[in-house]
Design a protein around this ligand. Structure first.
Ligand code: BES
Ligand code: ZN
Length: 479
């Protein structure tokens, strides 16, 4: 702290100057973008310090707005920090990298299949329409706060109708904004101190008139609400605690999620995994779900999402496809969790370049993104697969158990994969990496060995299909 004194004194002084011009605040952002922004707005942007291409900055609302508009409707963003000290702390503290290796498995076939068959796009569509009808859900507009209180009531009514007493909803207030976040908890029946969390932001923003935010991000909120509806409908009682979060003020620097992730980390909360739903209803690309592969995301969690989609969404009524893309910056609330060292993932509606061009404008309407909400329904299915498999059921499934799906085991030694229980009715073996890329494929294998010498030491997924179309998946380390 002492060492920084001259620096702090310098920017406190200049802060006063900057602050006079318009509302100003502290933030952290990409180092290169900070320099570019400062060139454009010399008197509106103060760079306090840069470490490893991350800068702590003091900037005006005007400069921040430019940052948003810079690359069409959004672009390299910034993360709001409450004061200079916090902003500098973020730089000095190396990103918490205590992401624990996840040991997630697929065991809940019956619950998952039951749940995904209940997802109804119509509910998602109706909820998106309700949210876009606010006109704006800007965090500093009374309608933003109202939207949060109304969502709390909606979730509470759903819980009351279900008769469940192990579920609660609470408001999380923030210092930097009048709009609260909303947190729903389904208490784990076995290990309540371990959580799996999904979330999305409820606020919206616009640089041209109203901010209906139908895709960004009524779609994500409607998708997670449909997941909740299905979990209640099938009376799912998890072993681990499930939390569902609707954040305030994401659009002005991840404000809501940052506060919450910070609180959870300071209380040493055991969050197993976090999945973000932000923009789910615009099908801009050939494939359906795009896993973001930014380095702050968890490879292990991405690989689990790949495994879920290989297992549950390859054939049959719930088929959809996946690819990968990259934001290249902390583009949404999952970043807040990742920065606190938690395993985070962000499955997205399209490739980054093909994503909805109408966001952050008065044209972000459901009529533009997808009036049937069928795209968003795929995300509701993926979310249910994640929640049920990561939280695990505490109840036996009521119907007759189907046969276990995994007939296969693989052992890997010196980068040679060997299949135990090799059968000639296997039609394909695929090896997939954590970005969802197929790195090796053998069609109609003749032997039970596959050499993986060319692949680096990492986790992979092995997907085996037989001539009945049955799919088995197994995760392994190539070593
Ligand atoms: N939903 C967007 C993020 C997004 C947009 C991701 C398009 C991928 C493609 C989010 O609400 C947003 O606008 N984020 C800001 C950054 C944030 C830190 C203020 C952005 O991208 O400008
Ligand atoms: Zn946005």
């Amino acid at each position: 702290m002492k060492k920084c004194l001259p620096l702090l004194a310098a920017f406190f002084f200049s802060n006063a100057v900057v602050a006079q011009e318009s509302q100003a605040f502290h933030a952290t952002m990409d180092g290169k973008s900070a320099i570019e922004l400062q060139k454009l707005f010399p008197s509106e942007v103060e760079i306090l310090k840069t470490t490893d291409n991350q800068s702590a900055v003091f900037l005006t609302e005007k400069a921040a707005q430019h940052l948003h508009k810079n690359i069409l409707t959004h672009g390299p963003g910034y993360v709001y920090q409450q004061d200079a000290e916090t902003a500098l702390d973020v730089l000095s503290k190396k990103t918490d990298n205590n992401q624990k290796l996840l040991n997630l498995t697929i065991t809940e076939n019956d619950w998952v299949n039951h749940s995904i068959s209940k997802v109804n796009a119509e509910n998602i569509k109706n909820h998106i329409m309700t949210l876009q009808a606010y006109g704006t859900r800007r965090h500093d507009n009374p309608k933003g706060k109202q939207a949060a209180l109304d969502l709390k009531t909606k979730w509470e009514n759903m819980i009351t109708a279900s008769g469940r007493t192990d579920i609660s909803v609470s408001i999380f207030n923030h210092n930097a904004t009048p709009m609260p976040s909303v947190i729903l908890k389904i208490n784990g029946a076995t290990t309540p101190n371990q959580s799996v969390i999904i979330g999305g932001h409820l606020d919206s923003i616009s640089f041209s008139g109203q901010a209906p935010g139908a895709d960004d991000n009524a779609s994500g909120i409607a998708s997670i609400t449909e997941m909740l509806r299905v979990l209640l409908d099938i009376n799912f009682k998890p072993q681990r605690t499930i939390e569902i979060m609707a954040y305030s003020a994401e659009e002005v620097g991840l404000v809501g999620s940052k506060d919450i992730a910070q609180k959870y980390a300071s209380e040493n909360k055991d969050v197993l995994a976090y999945v973000q739903f932000d923009m789910t209803n615009y099908k801009g690309s050939a494939k359906d779900v795009y896993l973001t592969t930014d380095s702050y995301n968890s490879n292990d969690l991405n690989l689990f999402l790949v495994e879920l989609m290989e297992h549950y969404n390859k054939t049959g009524a719930h088929t959809f496809t996946y690819g990968n893309t990259i934001c290249n910056y902390g583009c949404s609330d999952h970043f807040s969790w990742a920065q606190k060292g938690y395993n985070a993932a962000f499955p997205f509606e399209a490739s980054f370049d093909d994503s909805n061009p109408y966001i952050h404008s008065s044209q972000d309407l459901i009529s533009v993104s997808g009036s049937t909400a069928t795209h968003a329904a795929k995300f509701a299915k993926l979310g249910l697969e994640f929640l049920i498999e990561a939280a695990k059921s505490s109840q036996a499934y009521m119907a007759v158990q189907t046969t276990k799906t995994n007939d296969f085991k693989v052992v890997v030694d010196k980068k040679i994969l060997k299949l135990i229980n090799f059968k000639t009715d296997i039609t394909s073996i695929k090896i997939i990496d954590a970005s969802g890329k197929i790195v090796k494929e053998v069609v109609n294998p003749k032997s039970d060995f596959i050499s993986l010498e060319h692949l680096k030491e990492a986790y992979y997924l092995c997907v085996i299909e037989d001539n009945n179309g049955k799919i088995s998946t197994t995760k392994f380390i190539n070593q």
